[in-house]
Design a protein around this ligand. Sequence first.
Ligand code: F6R
Length: 617
Amino acid sequence: MCGIVGYIGKRQALPIVIEGLKRLEYRGYDSAGVALWDGKKLQDERAAGRISVLEGNLQRKSWAGNLAIAHTRWATHGKPSEANAHPQSDCTKGIEVVHNGIIENHAELREALIREGHKFVSDTDTEVISHLIERAFLVNAKEKILLEHAVLDGLRHVTGTFGIAVISKHDPRKLVAARRGSPLILGIGKDEFMVSSDVSAIVEHTRKVVYLHDDELAVLTPQGYEILGFNKKTISKPLNTIDWDVVSAQKGGYPHFMKKEIFEGPETLENAFRGRLLEAGKGGLVKLGGIEEIKNKLLTVRRILVVACGTSYYAGLVGKYFFENFSRIPCSVEHASEFRYSNPVLEKNTLVIAISQSGETADTLEALRDAKKRGALAIGIVNVVGSTIARESDAGVYNHAGPEIGVASTKAFLSQLGVLALLAMLLGKEKEAVSEVMLQKFSAELKSLPVKIKKILAMDEKIRKLAEKYLKYDNFLFLGRKYQYPVALEGALKLKEISYKYAEGLAAGEMKHGPIALVDEDMPCIVLAPKDSVYEKMLSNIEEIKARGGKILAVATEGDERIAKLADDVIYIPHTMEEAAPFLSVVPLQLFAYHTSDLLGLDVDKPRNLAKSVTVE
Ligand code: F6R
């Protein structure tokens, strides 16, 4: 949830970690802080609010030094305040710790440490880690133990999740990082080393990285790095090269990441299909390298269970239609946050699919682990390469959507739909559950989608005008049926999370069972009504809403004049197959939400109370 960055090398550390923090700010942004070793002493600074506030505070003194750690926080324990910002230090301010995750037994540890005389100044769970490390130094004062050993000693007492970076005046020319359940990556440069919770803080300086796994600790010095297991044994790990460059992690001329990412939709789909959706006659129709080795097991699958959260969950709901339609395998989709607590019945031959853009969502990860424990075959559909869900799945398919920085997920949704469609086609073909003709038709349609999405993006100005027209309303209903029902849910989520307007997505057939009571002239309904098998039913919904004085903004297929007569406003999308329509209909809804938020002057990329990757329950 929060962001960590640390630097050790020959250059001035402060500008590097502050720049890194700015790239991580999307992970959490209610307070920030930095600690630096200036060659003689530790200095630190914290601030409530955005990183710009911290930068203002830093002007007050000099910050020369080649070793620093920094943090941007999204509060889990203790309100966002200067005292609760990280780094958190010990009693003598000799140890500085930045931490992502949650220390579950922090209350007991705090009590015990207070009984021993430690003084706490914050409400955070993190502060116990600094005091535990301090205690390790105190207890071993005679032996003069190393920082990494003091950290390991401290962490022995902790239960919960952590990704931490630590510096200390007791062993000052090194940076120690350790992880359990919260991502950490080492950046390996020439005579300089970095640690971060996310590659985006590192790519500007190096593309060589080492992924730290659970129960591993890294010791970084200006001369090199060493990785130890929590048993203190050295571990040798591969060096990976990341292929995202810093340009693709920046806005590229767009006013917001969200707009840039919506406009990257066509390219995102091309990337999801590249080398996977094959030309007819080239040895099968779909090739998914990541699941090649479990293909035989996939043939025995009798049931599919998708676990995911938020937008990824809605992609899963579209996936259910794909799987049941193309492969005739029954599929259910569950909120990962509920699945974990449900004591699920997973029959033999159940395939669990975890969908996650970040690959770090705590609920989805735990659902995946739980499913694996119960013996299910588990695959991941993940965007962030090397993320925990990607690593812990039995096999998986990467989205290749590139970094998604805007908190509201847009291009990742499209690529999730793309990968789900490919997977359903592959299963359908292998099980001979769908005709070759249908597969060829759908395949051709998928390939045409990038061009069709570009046509929708060209209507950006028109959609902005519509957003302006509807700006005065505070509440919205989004209605859809069949393939468009999950899109209605996703459209409502996009609007509420970035514009703070109340929006509810509904299966249109449910209107009569209650929600229609809400309809009046102040409750616009955004109705998804492309020409598909439930089109006539959607027209009936529109009639019912109009009869009650409701306003209709319809998303319909180009050339549809009947809708034009009934609805107050229409956004036309190109003609497509019913199965492919979610790829198109979601785009105007993303743009509508984007413009609504922008017109209201809100922080589109960093909506209040939210963070990009939810690594706590
Ligand atoms: C909404 C949004 C969230 C995420 C959810 C899951 O725009 O971004 O609802 O979809 O937090 O995140 P991932 O896909 O990273 O597991």
